[in-house]
Design a protein around this ligand. Sequence first.
Ligand code: SAH
Length: 267
Amino acid sequence: MLERIRIVLIGTSHPGNIGATARAMHNMGLGDLTLVSPRCEPLTSESISRASGADHIVHGARVVETLEEAVADCTLAVGASARSRTLPWPMITPRALGERLPTELAGPESRVALVFGREDSGLSNAELQRCHAHVHIPTNPDFSSLNLAAAVQVLAYECRLAWLAAAGAEAEQDEEPHQPLASHEELEHYFAHLERTLIAIGFHDPALPRQLMARLRRFTLRARPERMELNILRGMLTATEKCAAGRPSADQAVAAPRADQDGDGKA
Ligand code: SAH
């Protein structure tokens, strides 16, 4: 997923920002950088030093003249904007952008571009109108503009979070194949067994039910137990019944605590 996310910088004027962008990208596992008409030499000692070891991304950056060329093969282009513009456009939050990525990048041909503007004037309206949606990083409204590479860092981080969440969900599926949930009938057998057992151990008095079974039903149904989990519970009930058959009931135990107990009736 991360391989098919492209960072596009338009009209960048400071080599240091290109280097810092490369670093931010590499930190988050992104590698595709395209520079549109940079207003500085991209490869300088400053950009290499700010890249701090991610200079392969600066070396590998594609340089093109127009935004159209930069995003020609992209299926989604999102423009990062520090301020709201006159013409309303679909706006998404950085988090929502990340959450959209697994779906947007599901097809093998799909590619997403995140487009960033100039340090002094941002993206032009014409450039913004070439993007499907705009993303604004929520900031102090009185001081809303982030440094270019810092803005790349925030959005690249959201991409990584979304990728980790998607990878984690897949790994979870692999680890734990989905177990069938208990059926209605299995649950009814369980509730009948539970009631029998609770009566046998003197915990439940059917003459004075106090909604006990209803509450236990509600609790159990809320958990949506799997068949296997219900089998474990039924095994515990069977063991409890066997145990209870050979011992005095809990009522009797409360009524006649042994001398060596604290008097709370519990063994
Ligand atoms: N002075 C410019 C902002 C330049 S910052 C202006 O007023 O538009 C350089 C680029 O960083 C912006 O074009 C934008 O792509 C990105 N950026 C900065 N702050 C941002 C924010 N709060 N949300 C989204 N992108 C931001």
